[in-house]
Design a binder for this molecule. Sequence first.
Ligand code: PLP
Length: 397
Amino acid sequence: MADTNRDFAESFLDVTDRNQVTNTKWEKYAGQDILPMWVADMDFPSPTPIITAIKARAEHGIFGYQDEPQPALVDAVLQYIYKHYDWKVEPEWLVWSQGMVPMLNATSRAIIGDGGKSMTLTPVYYHLFKGPDNWVQAPEDSIRVSLRYTPEKTEPWDINWDALEAAVTADTKLFMLCNPHNPVGIAYNKETLTKLTEFCLRHNLILCSDEIHCQLLLNNQQHIPIASLSKEIANQSITLMAPSKTYNIPGLGCTFAIIPNPELRAKIEAARAGILPVGNIMGFIAAEAAYRDCDKWLEDLIGVINSNYQTLHRTLQPYNKVKLNPLSATYLAWLDVTDLHLNNTADFFESFGLGLSPGDDFLPPEGYDFVRINLGCQPSQLEEACRRFTKALDSVL
Ligand SMILES: Cc1ncc(COP(=O)(O)O)c(C=O)c1O
């Protein structure tokens, strides 16, 4: 079943026993024959340049405070963004932190902490609405607008502009965007992003764009940082990026926001001050190696994800009651299982040895049932997962 036309590097094929060390993903199912394919971290070792850089730093033996990223990291980030996205970011626009989720909260605190509403497009990575939920005065001030889902279309998800216009209010201040969009796997194109900038400018919304998956684009898609589209939108935007998903270093806590507007930047800095640390030495060291030395590794990773997606696609193709959504970005596949009419979907798949993310966590449209599958694993594990999928589906169809 494997895509035998590809010779993947051994680091993508060899299985490392993750139960040898403490980790969230595998511990959930410790002692059970359930493949953990839920939380967004991958089962591949990080690229060698990252491991070498961390070892070299560890050899130094002194791990004192480091309040700012080293200049070489800032250089590597700015060069990467310029080279790949043609966006000239100034060093002072960067605000560093130890995680995206805390930055989503700091942003919510800064923009709507003293009143106002936030909006986002669902289904979406849950902290894009949970962050605002933590800071709004009333639950309805954290507005969710459903993407339009048309399962029979080749690109089944799109923005329902009328619903967006109907939902925005005079006191809405913040728009939380996920681009690329986890879990629906869209890398938004220039036309859609431009329309979104017009929407945010027209309604005077601060645009917080979570672009953590921006390097994980499949099928030769190109990422466009939304803030790079115009000076006007840059002036009211916060772009969040991190090397964590792409190079499999989420446990090292290194994230940065790009905030061109100095007043907005000061607001975010004030909201995080004394609560959210800037970073940690190993995260900084890993990030520098990631942005500078790991392009080839990333190219190979994309090949493995593409191949894993194709394997899953081939497996599910005979089953017309499940719909594997197309995947343009991320390593997270999104599967519509509505027509199986399951009662407790995640439990059902667990009983066949598959530990998936329940779709409901991401707020899919009313009446639909989804699961999210992490494809960041060795092709051999994916093949085993496919055997289990086949058994699970055959049992109900
Ligand atoms: C879109 C998105 N944002 C943020 C995060 C989490 O970021 P962090 O671990 O830096 O808080 C994830 C993790 O899956 C994600 O998918």
